[in-house]
Write a protein that binds this ligand. Structure first.
Ligand code: 6PG
Length: 479
């Protein structure tokens, strides 16, 4: 019986929740399959309202789907994904659609898409953001793959995506690995945003002595203004939480070593090879790395630093931190969108950056009020080379820059690490500099390696004969 229009393979929490979300939407009948049938049975028993079509074997699963068969794989990214794709390719037919909804590395998606396409089956790598809750109630979805697959998949994904201001948070991002690429950058921005909020908390706590609960109130207040975002909102919740067994703020009993599953690292690795300076995102990844080396931290614990720190005007300082956070956040998004632009150029994707911002307004972890401003900026100028140069963001950063500097100075003087604040400010100053010391680097490169340089006053490429008479000659550009 081919009664289901969509199937889900892999019924861990994300898969189960996505299957339930699909089943709850008008017009969908959902087939489900899991490697061990126990999980399938348990899901069917727990959610009779979903009317799942439970399959015991992959053959049964394929038989239960109407053509074109469409299945979303929700397994942990890696070898398991390849194994499920192989299984599905054996039971699916040309024209059918396999969707990988995991956090796959986009280059794996490019490879898989090419291999699956050769069989005539469509393969779509789709980034899905929003965690367990989002999968159930409405995630932000970033599908790649072919336009043909999108025709079938579009209505199904629109039916389950988060809605922001009346519009579903899903769009066909681009071909093959474009969806997973954009999801990877989403996660990179997520890392930066989280680190910036954490630095803001640390500065306020150590600068004013306020308790986590009091800082939760400050964040809740910030969440009513231009910083309004899911991450600010949940940080307030985390800071307010009291540990039941000790009565202490939960944040004080959590070990201060940040984990990661790798998508932030991928963002930075990819940006490095694209030559795109995502320095705020990189600092966030490195900060997690530093935190997770207790043996190094123990050896450095007695390194001297400044004496106790307290600020004279608490309210003014907190407002400065808010502005520094906003400016640094703009840098993180600007760098992230820059990386998407560079990735699109490198991999021949046509990615509408305004659309990316639009589908991040709801459902995903970095959903934030100011994504509307990003959409507007790209609608006004599709080929904008630097997001933070759009009038709205340029004004916002100009307004914040004095406060930003005061905060970075205060952090440095107080010995409080604020790597993401600091590097974001340096990026801003680097961009706006009239002259950069890159000229010195070019001189050094020419000195030891005859790497040549260009001049400000005439065209061409030049080399100074450093080991000879130090006269300048025209040279072939060696970069
Ligand atoms: C999302 C998240 C999610 C990611 C977690 C964990 O968009 O829903 O990005 O996909 O897996 O945030 O990431 P780390 O373990 O690397 O922090």
């Amino acid at each position: 019986m081919s009664q289901a229009n969509i199937g889900v393979v892999g019924l861990a929490v994300m898969g189960s929740n996505l299957a339930r979300n699909l089943a709850s939407r008008e017009g969908n009948t959902v087939a489900i399959y899991n490697r061990s049938y126990d999980k399938t049975e348990a899901l069917v028993a727990a959610h009779p309202e979903a009317n799942f079509v439970a399959a015991q074997t992959i053959q049964e699963f394929a038989a239960s789907l109407s053509a074109p068969r469409t299945a979303i794989i929700m397994v942990k990214a890696g070898a398991g994904t390849d194994a499920v794709i192989d299984q599905l390719c054996q039971v699916f037919e040309p024209g059918d659609i396999i969707v990988d909804g995991g956090n796959a590395l986009f280059t794996d998606t490019i490879r898989r898409e090419a291999a699956v396409r050769a069989t005539g089956i469509n393969f779509v790598g789709a980034g899905i953001s929003g965690g367990e809750e989002g999968a159930l109630t409405g995630p932000s979805i970033m599908p790649g793959g072919s336009a043909e697959a999108w025709e079938t998949l579009g209505p199904i994904l629109r039916s389950i995506a988060a809605i922001a201001e009346g519009e579903p948070c899903v769009t066909h991002v681009g071909t093959d690995g474009a969806g997973h690429f954009v999801k990877m950058i989403h996660n990179g921005i997520e890392y930066a945003d989280m680190q910036l909020i954490a630095e803001a908390y640390d500065l306020i706590r150590r600068g004013t002595g306020k308790s986590p609960a009091q800082i939760a109130d400050i964040f809740a207040e910030w969440n009513t203004g231009e910083l309004e975002s899911y991450l600010i909102e949940i940080t307030a919740e985390v800071l307010r939480q009291v540990d039941a067994s000790t009565g202490k703020p939960l944040v004080d009993v959590i070990v201060d070593e940040a984990g990661s599953k790798g998508t932030g690292v991928w963002t930075v690795q990819t940006a490095l090879s694209l030559g795109t300076p995502v320095s705020g995102i990189a600092e966030a990844v490195f900060a997690r790395g530093l935190s997770s080396h207790p043996e190094q931290r123990a050896l450095a614990a007695n390194f001297p630093g400044p004496d106790n720190f307290s600020v004279a005007d608490e309210d003014a300082f907190i407002e400065d931190v808010r502005q520094a956070l906003y400016a640094s956040k703009i840098v993180a998004y600007s760098q992230g969108f820059d990386a998407i632009r560079a990735g699109a150029a490198e991999y021949n994707w046509t990615i509408n950056l305004g659309e990316v911002a639009r589908i991040w307004r709801g459902g995903c972890i970095i959903r934030a009020q100011f994504l509307n401003r990003i959409t507007e900026a790209y609608r006004a100028d599709e080929s904008l080379a630097l997001l933070m140069a759009a009038p709205y963001f340029a004004d916002a950063v100009a307004t914040a820059q004095s406060a930003w500097r005061r905060v970075v100075i205060a952090a440095t003087q107080a010995g409080i690490p604020a790597p993401a604040f600091g590097s974001s400010l340096s990026y801003y100053d680097g961009l706006r500099a009239d002259r950069l010391p890159a000229a010195v680097v070019q001189g050094q490169r020419d000195f030891f390696g005859a790497h040549t340089y260009r001049r400000v006053d005439k065209d061409g490429t030049f080399h100074t004969q450093w080991s000879g008479d130090r006269t300048e000659i025209s040279a072939v550009d060696t970069h």
